[in-house]
Design a protein. Structure first.
Lengths: 331, 430
């Protein structure tokens, strides 16, 4: 009480205009950021909390809330072989897409970072796949990966090889789906990495060149460590996206939820099957939470791996200007 | 043309919304005849109902129909479930498939009782069993019957001929055994075709299995619709073994059940199981107006007549114009409109009068087959089986994948196939 009266002795002396100005200074920033947080609370936090609530009940999609069952839904999901099948498929598709995607995207970005003719044209071109709706991408790829009549089947036949059963066999179906993901996202990631590469100060390269570092060495010891923050961002978004993959496997065989025999049923498709055809909203919500935790975990692992890039690559380059750049990158 | 029509539709919708806002609460239940109303309807697959919308809007100038057609029954089911669960978003009129009607009865509050809108006055137009199917356990009538699924055999006359089999449709029917056609004979003819042509007979065993299951007095469930009827069902097990063995003997093309257009065009298989609504699907594999595809339609079904599928129209409880929506649903399910839908897409009328209207109907795609007459014959004595809550799940996720494994050579004997199916059944339903 006393402190507050002591703290603001001049308050009553302020004019209205000053009061408004003071209020503006103190609260306006909150108003400016409020739309995001209100939206985030409505479509981010609330669903997450609500899903948690649903996952603790025996909850029929149509009939609604039933008895409180605690963690029973989690137990039944985790002991369901179909969940682990979906888990394996998701990890497999994720690895098949994330790794080539990042490698190729970094390569493309490095190429575009060189002095080439028609820069804008090339940059726009690699972003083109990203603009096409995933549904359209899937429809086109479905034709390419048609077991009997697709162009790939034609090529294989030309060489006298057996047709690949894209929609029936586990690994081929994963490769087909991963290639759709890669086609869509590689260019996008390449652009992000390119932007980061262009922010690397050119004089660092110059001094490294003077010190006798060749192009490859400069790429590994300067470019990669210095684009690390962007790399981390790309890896984490790729992880989140990759583990939530849905559209491509769903449409790869749209009558099923990930293949007639669940050859390419991902966790989200498993969740979808639980929620809709099987109408078990409780278990579906539990799956959503398990997926959330998996993503957090895998995200942390990717983060750790990308952080390790610095410790592995920057140390030997200490004598050059790299540490300065790395610090810049972090700030 | 289309864009101007859209614009007109949009302005009508806009006016309708305005009208709603202005007249809103005061008009209460059914408004005056000149009140502008937009009714939404969701259908799936090739039901042919859309052929009637224009006519209805002409006859009722105050009504605008806003139609959505989903790809298949599964998509329509998921869509309806999601909207029921959300408690909002159902169209005014919703098409419901026989396979998941049972689930809808469990939450019958989401749909109106059509008895309140006069369905009982026209009850007698429907086949009795079809009307009963649309009636829930509590006596509430949720679905106005559209089509039924009597089955005949779609076959490739040109390929049959090339393989030295009869190709004329009555001869084909007779060759399979006519009225006494059996599944054994069907497999025999299949083998004959495969030996003569070097090609597969069917695309996937799935549909032929479904047909057989539908022929049984009790299918995956006992008549109570609750007790499973699979594991100790000797008839099912024996037929399963036969169909697996036929597949292993090379009758199958190893294709998925649906979306086999390119393979159909290439002549990779020669028969397709055709409940009435399947005609539109086979036709959809080809360009519009095709008449030289080689497909024909024979009045025969191995193992005797049976119903497979069929749809209903329900009116959602959340509709703002229940009266008008029910009027539209009942109109679309009336004999003349069923007949019109049959003419464009093939689903066979579930009303006797509708069936009479299409008795002389032929289908140009299927080599001018007298489809009206054939389906009337195939529908004789057909009574739909009682479906349980997991019926479509069992069909798609228990037996379906097993047939795929057999097609792909992963299972090579009938006993293993059945055992693996029972394992899946346990995991999914048990």
């Amino acid at each position: 009480m006393t402190s507050s009266t002591l703290g603001r002795p001049a308050r009553s002396d302020l004019t209205f205009r000053q009061k408004v100005s003071r209020f503006d200074y103190a609260f306006s920033p909150f108003l400016y950021v409020a739309p995001f947080f209100i939206l985030f609370a409505a479509i981010g936090v609330f669903p997450i909390v609500y899903t948690m609530n649903v996952s603790l009940y025996d909850w029929h999609l149509l009939k609604g809330q039933g008895d409180f069952v605690g963690l029973e839904n989690y137990v039944s999901v985790l002991s369901d072989p179909f969940f682990w099948n979906a888990f394996g498929n998701t990890v497999s598709i994720f690895l098949l897409s994330a790794i080539p995607q990042l490698v190729i995207a970094t390569g493309i970005a490095a190429l575009l970072d060189q002095a080439i003719r028609g820069k804008t044209f090339w940059r726009m071109s690699i972003l083109l796949p990203y603009i096409v709706a995933p549904v359209a991408v899937t429809v086109i790829f479905l034709q390419i990966f048609n077991q009997y009549r697709g162009p790939i089947a034609g090529l294989l036949e030309l060489f006298g090889l057996d047709p690949i059963r894209w929609a029936f066999d586990v690994l081929p179906s994963h490769i087909a789906i991963a290639s759709m993901v890669n086609w869509r996202w590689t260019g996008y990631n390449a652009l992000l990495l390119l932007a980061a590469m262009q922010a690397v100060p050119r004089d660092v390269y110059e001094s490294a060149a003077i010190d006798g570092a060749n192009k490859l060495r400069r790429f590994w010891s300067i470019t990669i460590p210095m684009i690390r923050p962007t790399l981390i961002f790309v890896v984490i978004t790729a992880t989140i996206g990759g583990l939530q993959i849905f559209t491509e496997p769903k449409l790869f065989d749209s009558r099923t939820n990930g293949g007639g025999d669940r050859q390419f049923q991902t966790i989200v498709l498993y969740l979808y099957e639980l929620a809709f055809p099987r109408r078990d909203f409780g278990q579906a919500s539990a799956t959503a939470w398990i997926l959330f935790l998996i993503i957090v975990l895998v995200g942390l692992i990717s983060f750790a791996i990308t952080r390790a890039i610095r410790t592995a690559d920057v140390k030997p380059a200490r004598s050059s200007a790299a540490p300065v750049g790395a610090q810049q990158g972090e700030s | 043309m289309i864009s101007s029509r859209n614009r007109i539709a949009a302005s009508i919708a806009g006016v309708a919304t305005l009208a709603l806002i202005t007249t809103g609460c005061s008009s209460g239940g059914s408004g005056g005849d000149d009140e502008k109303i937009t009714l939404s309807i969701t259908t799936f697959g090739t039901m042919g109902v859309d052929a009637n919308y224009e006519k209805y809007m002409e006859e009722n100038p105050n009504i605008t129909i806003e139609a959505t057609n989903l790809e298949g029954g599964g998509a329509a089911r998921d869509d309806a479930y999601a909207k029921i669960a959300a408690g909002t978003g159902l169209s005014d009129v919703v098409a419901i498939e026989e396979g998941w009607l049972g689930t809808i009865f469990e939450v019958s509050d989401s749909f109106v009782d059509l008895r309140d809108y006069g369905i009982e006055d026209v009850k007698d137009t429907w086949l009795e069993w079809k009307y009963d199917q649309g009636t829930g356990p509590d006596g509430k009538v949720i679905g106005a019957g559209l089509d039924i699924g009597p089955q005949g055999l779609c076959y490739r006359g040109d390929l049959f001929e090339a393989a030295g089999l009869p190709s004329e449709r009555s001869e084909v029917a007779a060759y399979f055994g006519g009225e006494d056609a059996t599944w054994d004979r069907f497999f025999e003819v299949g083998k004959e075709y495969v030996d003569a042509s070097g090609k597969a007979f069917w695309h996937s065993p799935r549909f032929f299995w479904n047909s057989f299951v539908n022929q049984q007095e009790e299918g995956y469930y006992k008549k109570d619709g609750e007790t499973l009827n699979i594991e100790d069902n000797a008839a099912l097990k024996a037929h399963h073994a036969k169909i697996v063995e036929a597949e292993l003997a090379g009758l199958g093309a190893g294709l998925p059940g649906w979306e086999v257009g390119p393979e159909a065009k290439a002549g990779d298989f020669a028969v397709y199981m055709c409940p009435s609504w399947m005609l539109g699907i086979v036709q959809g594999y080809y360009d519009e107006g095709t008449t030289d595809s080689g497909w024909d339609f024979a009045d025969v079904l191995p193992g005797g007549a049976a119903n497979w599928g069929g749809a209903f129209l329900g009116v959602s409880e959340s509709s703002e114009h229940k009266e008008e929506a029910a009027k539209l649903a009942l109109w679309l399910a009336a004999p003349e409109q069923q007949a019109a839908a049959f003419e464009v897409a093939g689903p066979f009328p579930s009303t006797l009068e509708g069936q009479e209207l299409v008795a002389d109907s032929t289908n140009a795609f299927f080599n001018d087959a007298p489809v009206g007459e054939i389906f009337a014959a195939r529908a004789e004595g057909v009574i739909a089986q009682v479906k349980g809550p997991e019926d479509s799940n069992i069909q798609d996720n228990v037996f379906g994948p097993i047939f795929d494994r057999v097609s792909q050579g992963e299972i090579t004997d009938a006993d293993t196939a059945w055992e693996e199916a029972m394992t899946l059944l346990d995991q999914l339903v048990g």
